[in-house]
Write a protein that binds this ligand. Structure first.
Ligand code: ATR
Length: 269
């Protein structure tokens, strides 16, 4: 990569951000399309978020992804947002023009990744009621799913269910037989010895199990053992990135190009 006076700057805002995989594949996307741009990590503490956004705008940075813990707070500092971002209540993409525009591509990323599976009945159980859950509930609603929602803190599930017309459940096990799709949106499973969210032995072959975590979790492992379809969060990560890239540049990079970039550069897969 050659940096010149014309090189445009993109990046990702997060805290922490050192482990983000986005710089790996977004830089490959720019290279693949011959666009003179770089994509760099910006580690921004929550109390510095407003300064960071103003600074990026002043410096002429073209666009950034936004990740934890800034996805909701960032909306206070933008000039406009699309209708999906308003409904979800969080953004993962900013585009700097003469305005600061906010978008959410997590929900479309999720739906595209879900295309890998053939799901017979549009019934889903969503585990978790945090920021990621909101984008996924929005996506499932758009795709006309009947949604069951479980969360460790019951009240948060009740609150969220009103917005997305989901049925709140006290125990995941109560609805496993009713759903085709199970989605884990929590961070449980990041560590292999994390507690289980429910009795995983009750997963059936007919289930599709989607985990937003980027690699095989105990939940996904059990799903595979049971002969169920198991999808990790890597495709969702790539699809949301492809969509952000399209918002910034107008170009769509092929999925295989960014996937290969990740596979090559990480020992994750
Ligand atoms: P994100 O934006 O990634 O969704 P978040 O907004 O902090 O992160 O939400 C984290 C989600 O993971 C919540 O649903 C949280 O449950 P609570 O609302 O009860 O806190 C869930 N979560 C985190 N650790 C958990 C655990 N050990 N068991 C069950 N759920 C857990």
């Amino acid at each position: 990569m050659t940096i010149s006076g014309k090189t445009e700057v993109y990046g990702i805002l997060g805290y922490p951000v050192k482990h983000s995989l986005s710089p790996v594949f977004q830089n490959v996307a720019f290279e693949y399309l011959g666009i003179d741009a770089v994509y760099v990590p910006f580690e921004v503490k929550p109390e510095k978020l407003k300064h960071a956004v103003d600074g990026l705008s002043a410096l002429g940075v073209r666009g950034v992804n936004v990740t934890l813990p800034h996805k909701e707070k960032i909306l206070e500092y933008v000039d406009q947002m699309d209708e999906h971002t308003v409904s979800i209540g969080s953004a993962n993409t900013l585009k700097f023009t003469n305005l600061i525009e906010a978008y959410n591509t997590d929900w479309t990323g999720f739906l595209k990744a879900l295309n890998e599976a053939e799901i017979k009945e549009k019934t889903a159980l969503v585990l978790g009621a945090g920021g990621t859950s909101r984008a996924i509930l929005y996506a499932l609603k758009k795709a006309e799913y009947d949604i069951y929602l479980w969360n460790r803190t019951y009240e948060k599930a009740v609150e969220l269910s009103k917005k997305f017309q989901a049925h709140v459940v006290k125990k995941p096990e109560d609805v496993l037989k009713k759903v085709s799709l199970i989605v884990n949106t929590t961070s449980v499973g990041l560590k292999m010895d994390d507690p289980h969210l429910f009795d995983y032995s009750q997963i059936e072959q007919s289930h599709t199990v989607f985990d937003v975590i980027y690699r095989e979790t105990p939940l996904l492992r059990k799903a595979k053992d049971k002969g169920a379809k198991a999808i990790d969060g890597l495709s969702m990560l790539l699809y949301q990135g492809i969509e952000s890239f399209k918002i910034w540049t107008g170009f769509e990079v092929p999925f295989e190009v960014v996937k290969d970039a990740l596979v090559e550069s990480t020992s994750l897969l």
